[in-house]
Ligand binder design. Sequence first.
Ligand code: FAD
Length: 150
Amino acid sequence: MSGLGAKHKSASIRLIYVSRAKGPQTTTVTTSILLQAQVHNKVHGITGVLCQGQGFFIQVLEGERSPVNALYRRICSDLRHSDVELLRYEDIAERKFSQWSMALVKLSVDDPMVKVQHPEFDPYSASGDQVMHLLANLIQTAQPITAPTP
Ligand code: FAD
């Protein structure tokens, strides 16, 4: 059925942003974000990865456009970080991180992959492609952490 009254499923998109953490990136802060993500993202069919370290957050959100946009607006006004900058926003045919409502990977300058493969890595000047590549590598080499069950 189509027409003005019909409810349409919106297209799937992938959104990537970088931000600066306000204050230290403690386990308490991370766990609270992961718990919120686990509950909310599951309900709204959002999946993705949150990368944290070196004072930065990098997050990939995948899902239907409307709920992802709404979540991004909330995240932008979250006081636990600042300088939120959109790195990529694209239509997707399939998700890359469909298995997690939100997984956490840690970014460290001592990480050999960051040192050797991305010595100049600065998330604010990196392209969306470079960030996706880095995250894909981190997912494979680091042990992703998912939120504890509430
Ligand atoms: P409320 O819970 O009503 O909170 C209102 C505001 O209070 C928030 O915007 C935030 O600024 C602040 N706040 C909320 N909880 C805390 C806390 N424990 N400590 C300090 N301040 C707090 N949420 C998701 O659902 N999915 C995600 O994938 C996700 N990723 C995030 C990634 C990052 C880097 C950050 C910083 C936050 C993320 N969040 C995520 C949390 C999101 O920003 C909202 O806080 C959350 O969705 C709850 O929204 P709300 O409008 O119900 O806010």
